[in-house]
Design a protein around this ligand. Structure first.
Ligand SMILES: [Zn+2]
Length: 512
């Protein structure tokens, strides 16, 4: 703090002193502070190059000694002054377009906020409205896509995208710029992806919004992910595990050492499962540490560390650090490289319980993936105790559900595939109502596949085995395949056969 203040005073002195000489581009005297223009001049690079270096983090903070220096506040002012047109927009036209789209969705008119100019008020009001509306619609994401002839705004609700409004393309730049300003991002950098974070208060709740901007063919697009700490259903009983599977998973969490992997593609609810698992075993008698990217939810009595690759704080580095901090349980938010995997199996074999998430879509594939990464089969067999694969499916809307009987041929085929008797099943379907926006679904639950590695499977892993053979052996050993778990939930009226098949078919395509 003190250092910054002293710097600001020196900087003012330096600006006046440095002004007569920037063209000479001599090395500034020791301890001198330059403004950004002079710094670019001193480095003999053009301003765009200098900005690119700044945005890429090649130039960090200020340098001491006989080199130029500058401050982050200077940098931000400078960049904003460089971009006076960012929020310029045809205010009336944008207001009309937004109000028209809202009217079509039967939403009340916006109360435009007070701001210095009508343009600012319109842009700020529109962005605030999009975020608040999305929260009210229970959306997990907002997509602002810059297409050839429009700015398409969509919300993702219960995993499915739906169009909210289409605005003329001219409005894309000011709206994305506004998001970047709110997210403390560099608004003049449009050629590189960026990410930022916005805190929003809405209806007395606090929301954490992660913003990602992507330079695409027709201009920058933005994606906002809405995290709502208060709504996350932490608790194993709330995940949607059927009784026998929940018991088995709980049992494995009470093992003192070994590795538990939750697997599935991004957005399959793995994080919620990991947090719920930790929450079950959390007590003051054990030490829990975690390395996450990002830390999504704060857990009581847990030392949570945020990945910072730029600073060298990788999951693998954190694992080595953790080994000196006497933990009982280690959570590794994402395992996707050999170094991290090696750290995990090492910790699992030296008396720690390791919980982690991976990407394979089937539980048995986790075993083969670890071996492909370079972990020895014997080490994999000695460390992995449980793998839980999962996927999210939409729940039947409770407000408009009614009995349903799927096609008999389809049922017969499913009975053959899953071994379930579906003759007395209570299938249900939502007819569509206001509560579910006519989709017939409201909220989501997960379908699972739990692999418990017993002695027989352990032996099989230690010698070379194909994924298909291992999967067959796992099913022999009692693993319920995900399709069966999903159809069982459809037979209880929780979701529909159609929804389970939609989610699992999506994966087969990804596979190909
Ligand atoms: Zn409904």
């Amino acid at each position: 703090m003190r250092k910054k203040k002293a710097g600001a005073a020196t900087k003012r002195a330096a600006r006046t002193a440095a002004k007569p000489t920037p063209k000479k581009q001599d090395a500034p005297p020791a301890g001198e502070v330059l403004d950004l223009k002079s710094a670019a001049g001193f480095l003999k690079v053009s301003k765009p190059t200098f900005y690119r270096w700044l945005a890429q983090g090649k130039i960090k903070g200020h340098k001491a000694g006989n080199q130029w220096r500058f401050y982050r506040a200077d940098l931000e002012h400078f960049l904003r002054a460089e971009e006076p047109s960012a929020l310029q927009v045809d205010s009336d036209a944008l207001r009309q377009a937004v109000e028209k789209a809202r009217k079509a969705r039967k939403l009340p008119p916006i109360e435009w906020p007070e701001a210095e100019t009508p343009e600012e008020s319109t842009v700020i009001g529109t962005v605030n409205m999009l975020i608040r509306d999305a929260i009210d619609a229970r959306a997990s994401d907002i997509h602002l896509d810059n297409n050839a002839d429009e700015m398409l705004v969509r919300y993702r609700v219960d995993g499915v995208l739906s169009e909210v409004m289409s605005l003329p393309r001219d409005f894309a730049k000011p709206l994305v710029s506004r998001l970047k300003l709110m997210g403390d991002m560099n608004i003049s950098e449009r050629r590189l992806p960026q990410n930022g974070r916005i805190f929003v208060e809405h209806r007395d709740l606090e929301f954490d919004v992660r913003v990602v901007t992507l330079p695409a063919q027709f201009g920058e697009s933005a994606i906002c992910r809405i995290l709502d700490q208060s709504s996350i259903l932490i608790g194993l009983d709330k995940l949607g595990l059927l009784q026998p599977m929940q018991k088995a998973f709980e049992k494995s969490l009470h093992t003192p050492n070994g590795m538990i992997v939750v697997t599935g593609p991004a957005g399959s609810g793995r994080t919620t499962t990991l947090y719920s698992a930790l929450n079950l075993v959390n007590s003051r008698r054990i030490k829990i540490v975690s390395i996450e990217d990002p830390v999504e939810y704060r857990l009581r009595d847990t030392m949570q560390v945020h990945v910072n690759r730029k600073a060298g704080l990788t999951p693998a580095f954190a694992m080595r650090m953790f080994m000196h901090s006497d933990p009982d349980i280690i959570l590794v938010g994402d395992l996707r490289d050999l170094e991290t995997a090696a750290g995990c199996v090492n910790a699992a074999m030296t008396g720690h319980l390791v919980l982690t998430a991976m990407l394979p879509i089937e539980a048995p594939s986790v075993i083969t993936r670890l071996i492909e990464m370079g972990i020895g089969p014997f080490i994999v067999s000695a460390s992995v105790i449980t793998v839980l694969a999962q996927r999210l499916v939409r729940r039947v809307c409770p407000h408009c559900k009614a009995d349903d009987r799927p096609n008999p041929d389809l049922l017969q085929r499913l009975e053959a595939q899953t071994g379930l008797d579906l003759s007395n099943a209570k299938f249900q379907r939502g007819k569509g109502c206001k509560e579910c926006r006519q989709t017939g679904y409201r909220g989501r639950t997960a379908i699972f596949e739990l692999l418990e590695v017993d002695d027989k499977l352990r032996e099989l892993i230690a010698r070379p085995v194909t994924t298909a053979d291992f999967r067959a052996a796992a099913i022999d050993a009692g693993m319920t395949p995900m399709l069966r778990d999903g159809i069982e939930k459809a037979a209880q009226g929780i979701t529909t056969v159609e929804e389970v098949l939609r989610v699992l078919a999506g994966e087969q395509n990804e596979h190909a």
